[in-house]
Design a protein around this ligand. Structure first.
Ligand SMILES: [Fe+2]
Length: 214
């Protein structure tokens, strides 16, 4: 049995630049929307699911268009990450996966069911949703598809301005589809590392898959 899943929430409303949600939505609207192939090593999708449709704003675009978010990842958010973790926490040195935006539009997109390789993930919700778009974490470390995750899980509803931290290396998780066709869900996702699980442990297959590394 993995440790019981838990997470830490910081409500950062009022701490961001004026119009931050509008700025993020504008960048998210031109995300790279397509079917993404399942992730090697970390995917926990059923075998027949080979592709999952969603949008991604890559780290270099976040840095260029949302510089305050890039700075916060290495500044205020990193400090808060330290409060959420017993170990000393570090931001990623590799800028390709420091902060990215994950985007869902309409009712057909969702985020792939997977486990994390990094020991601490930070997630800033940028949009609110009455229903749909929840983040769902399995209590069972062996859950290997969406149905198994849903059988016994913790469910987090997105609240704009809430920054959460969690360790989901042993808790398969995914984001549910939205409930309405014209809705858009945006989250900023951040990787953090610790001394016991440093950035050098990131699977090589992952960088090869995402960036074509050898
Ligand atoms: Fe994750």
């Amino acid at each position: 049995m993995p440790p019981r899943f838990r997470w830490t929430t910081f409500d950062l409303n009022g701490r961001f630049p004026a119009g931050w949600q509008r700025d993020i939505r504008a960048v998210a609207a031109v995300a790279d929307f397509r079917e993404f192939p399942r992730t090697p090593v970390l995917s926990r999708e059923a075998p027949e699911v080979q592709r999952i449709s969603r949008g991604r704003v890559h780290a270099d675009q976040v840095r260029q268009h949302l510089p305050w978010l890039y700075r916060a990842y290495r500044g205020e958010f990193l400090e808060l990450a330290g409060l959420a973790c017993a170990e000393r926490v570090a931001a990623a040195r590799d800028d390709r996966y420091g902060v990215v935006l994950n985007v869902q539009r309409g009712t057909t997109m969702r985020f792939e069911c997977h486990v994390d390789s990094n020991p601490l993930t930070g997630l800033l919700f940028c949009t609110d949703h009455q229903a749909g778009g929840e983040l769902v974490f399995a209590h069972d470390a062996t859950a290997a598809d969406v149905c198994s995750v849903e059988r016994d899980c913790s469910v987090i509803r997105p609240r704009a301005g809430h920054l959460i931290f969690f360790d989901a290396r042993q808790h398969p998780h995914y984001a549910r589809p939205l409930a309405t066709a014209h809705d858009m869900r945006v989250v900023a996702v951040m990787n953090f590392y610790t001394e016991s699980c440093p950035e050098s442990t990131r699977p090589r297959e992952l960088n090869k898959h995402l960036y074509g590394d050898d």
